[in-house]
Design a protein around this ligand. Structure first.
Ligand SMILES: CC(C)(COP(=O)(O)OP(=O)(O)OC[C@H]1O[C@@H](n2cnc3c(N)ncnc32)[C@H](O)[C@@H]1OP(=O)(O)O)[C@@H](O)C(=O)NCCC(=O)NCCS
Length: 168
């Protein structure tokens, strides 16, 4: 398996893997694939990595800038992240996430936030900090990973691309 940044030819395969991964998930908005397109179109897809196996895209992760108390900085949001259903639980998701976090860190990011199951994300070092909030989401589901030791406080906002209502 190879993990590499997306190229212009990957957009439709990314859409397909994202739709397949989130299909039927109770927490899915059904808009995850459209969000990735919206971020890309807005130039806000800071990092978009694909997992490729024998020429086939089997996983994807996106990172985009977030604001804290309305201020842009060097914090990024992880997601959506997807692995083809038949290929899940083989380590592809972890490999994508670890690679993405390492690239962000190397590029000078201060940290990363995400909304997700703490049981999955704590293995990467994500922790919940009630001082860093995201709307009405229960604090344990909103997590951060600081690369610098900084512990920012306030309300996080994702890029407006996440507000897309287009169903995939
Ligand atoms: C979440 C997702 C990207 C993980 O990718 P993956 O390749 O299946 O995951 P990995 O193989 O790297 O990791 C599997 C490990 O995570 C665990 N795991 C997977 N999902 C989990 C969850 N929701 N909660 C707790 N553990 C979870 C597995 O038990 C396994 O643990 P183990 O290695 O100790 O057995 C993938 O399952 C997926 O596409 N899900 C649907 C879309 C989605 O929910 N995206 C994330 C939204 S926040």
């Amino acid at each position: 398996m190879v993990i590499r940044p997306e190229t212009a030819d990957d957009a439709s395969a990314i859409r397909a893997v994202t739709s397949a991964a989130f299909k039927g998930a109770p927490y899915s908005s059904g808009t995850e694939a459209a969000i990735i397109d919206a971020l890309r179109n807005a130039g806000a897809l800071t990092l978009s990595l694909v997992a490729e196996e024998q020429g086939r895209i089997v996983g994807h992760v996106a990172f985009s800038p977030v604001t804290i108390n309305g201020k842009a900085g060097r914090w990024f949001g992880l997601g959506p992240v997807s692995v083809e259903p038949s290929e899940q639980r083989r380590g592809i998701g972890q490999a994508l996430i670890r690679d993405g976090l390492e690239r962000l860190r190397a590029a000078g990011a201060e940290g990363c936030v995400l909304l997700g199951d703490p049981a999955y994300y704590r293995r990467f070092g994500f922790v919940s900090d009630p001082k860093l909030r995201y709307g009405e989401v229960p604090p344990e589901y909103f997590q951060r990973l600081s690369f610098t030791g900084a512990e920012p406080e306030g309300e996080v906002a994702y890029h407006p691309g996440f507000d897309t209502t287009e169903q995939s």
